[in-house]
Design a protein. Structure first.
Length: 105
């Protein structure tokens, strides 16, 4: 079995959050909200977030964790081509933050 690159897996997790929250221009998502919803270390989140920005899969504003992220069409295509990775990786229980109640309505 081929080893899966964790940067790609974590990038897909971030894209999954953005897609679930319709984070297009006009309704972005704060980097802090994305981070708090995922079970990633600060470093893993930062590396995946930087990858998405460099590849232009997402656009964003400066401000560290207070910056916003917006989906790009290339990011949606990347997600569609790699979303199966979410099913191939073990799911953890989150990082201690409350789940987004709107997601489950």
């Amino acid at each position: 079995m081929k080893k899966v690159n964790k940067i790609i897996v974590n990038a897909v997790k971030i894209l999954d959050y953005l897609i679930d929250n319709n984070a297009m221009y006009g309704k972005g998502a704060k980097a802090r909200d994305i981070f708090e919803s995922l079970d990633l270390s600060n470093e893993d989140f930062d590396v995946a977030d930087t990858y998405l920005l460099q590849q232009k899969y997402v656009d964003g504003t400066m401000g560290g964790m207070d910056g916003s992220r917006y989906l790009q069409s290339s990011g949606i295509n990347f997600y569609e081509n790699n979303s199966s990775l979410l099913n191939d990786t073990p799911v953890k229980q989150g990082n201690g933050s409350m789940p987004d109640e709107k997601k489950y309505l």
